[in-house]
Design a protein around this ligand. Structure first.
Ligand code: TXA
Ligand code: MG
Length: 313
């Protein structure tokens, strides 16, 4: 029996399988089995108000989860599935409430990774999967990251090597009349707008989000992370680490450069692993410099802002 067949059996029996996608590793369970989905929330210590993305192998498997696909959604699907694009639509009654945190809408995507697609096909189930990390922490881009943080809480970890994209999928909602960007991610807004025209950008982030998953504090390392305002000279403190697109000025104990040649795709692929390495160095502070706010840079900056956020006491 192959690893994927074994993993598919675990999904069918209501167990948890961590699996690779092109964006980050997911923590998967049978999306149509509410007990299996409950185990995801438990393993991640994730609040049940934060709904999950359902992964399918193709649009046919998505059709039963929604009522219909609006024309613009179909255009994006045709162009970008499989890929780092999640579509939110009113759900059919087949989708258990626990998957969507009782929202009337479901988030769906087709991941662009052969192992993920094989797992979905072999199990014959749509697979609900958040990123495979404890809630609020840094997302995993290797199987090793998953084993370290959730290893004892999952039935199996499939290893498909490091994730090629490195940041989570871009989420577009088609629930309202006009499409809305809920989360910038691995597919750039520019590419999306090139196909369907203007997309509204959701700006409702707060401590108590109306739309879940928009928490201000997220993707957090244990080490304090501070953003360097553009144009400011970074003030190091004790043993400081640098997280930036290119080289820092001197004075840093540990340096993580995301892309020496300034390539935002390469930077996204390196981002979460770089944050983890810094977090393991016992630093007093991580100083991070926002990257250009375009293409995948928007997704990187979004994660940096949330990683740096500290609630006012
Ligand atoms: O790339 C990805 O999207 C990865 C891989 C594993 O596919 N998954 C991922 O899942 O990032 P997660 O759970 O870490 O983030 C999912 C986000 C959350 O912010 C959640 O609030 C939002 O999607 N979401 C899920 N269902 C939703 C819904 N029905 N309406 C609005 N937002 C939703
Ligand atoms: Mg996540």
């Amino acid at each position: 029996m192959s690893d994927i067949q074994k993993a598919a059996g675990i999904i069918q029996e209501g167990g948890l399988v961590a699996f690779p996608t092109e964006t980050v590793y997911g923590l998967g369970a049978d999306a149509l089995n509410p007990y299996a989905v409950a185990a995801i929330f438990e393993a991640k210590n994730r609040p049940t108000f934060d709904p999950l993305i359902v992964h399918v192998a193709d649009i046919r498997q998505a059709e039963i989860l929604v009522h219909r696909f609006p024309e613009k959604a179909l255009k994006l699907i045709e162009k970008f599935w499989p890929g780092p694009l999640t579509i939110v639509l009113p759900k059919s009654s087949l989708v258990p409430d626990i998957v969507t945190s009782s929202l009337p809408n479901v988030a769906i995507r087709v991941p662009n990774h052969p192992m993920a697609l094989e797992l979905i096909r072999e199990s014959g189930r749509p697979i609900a999967a958040p990123s495979a990390n404890p809630f609020g922490q840094v997302s995993p881009t290797t199987a090793e990251h998953v084993r370290k943080s959730l290893g004892n809480k999952v039935n199996m970890v499939l290893d498909g090597g490091p994730c090629q994209v490195g940041v989570e999928s871009t989420i577009i909602s088609f629930v309202e009349k006009e499409p809305v960007l809920l989360r910038p991610g691995g597919l750039s807004l520019e590419e999306i707008e090139f196909i369907i025209g203007k997309v509204l950008v959701f700006k409702g982030s707060s401590d108590k989000p109306m739309a879940p998953g928009q928490l201000l504090q997220h993707y957090s390392p244990r080490t304090p992370l501070r953003l360097i305002p553009t144009g400011e000279i970074p003030a190091t403190q004790g043993k400081s680490g640098w997280l930036g697109l290119q080289n820092p000025p001197s004075g840093f104990a540990v340096v993580e450069v995301l892309s020496q040649k300034g390539d935002l795709k390469e930077a996204a692929a390196n981002f979460f692993a770089a944050m983890r390495r810094l977090d393991e160095k016992n630093l007093d502070l991580i100083l991070a410099q926002p990257v250009p706010d375009q293409g995948l840079g928007r997704a990187i900056n979004d994660r940096l802002y949330r990683a740096s956020y500290k609630p006012q006491k």
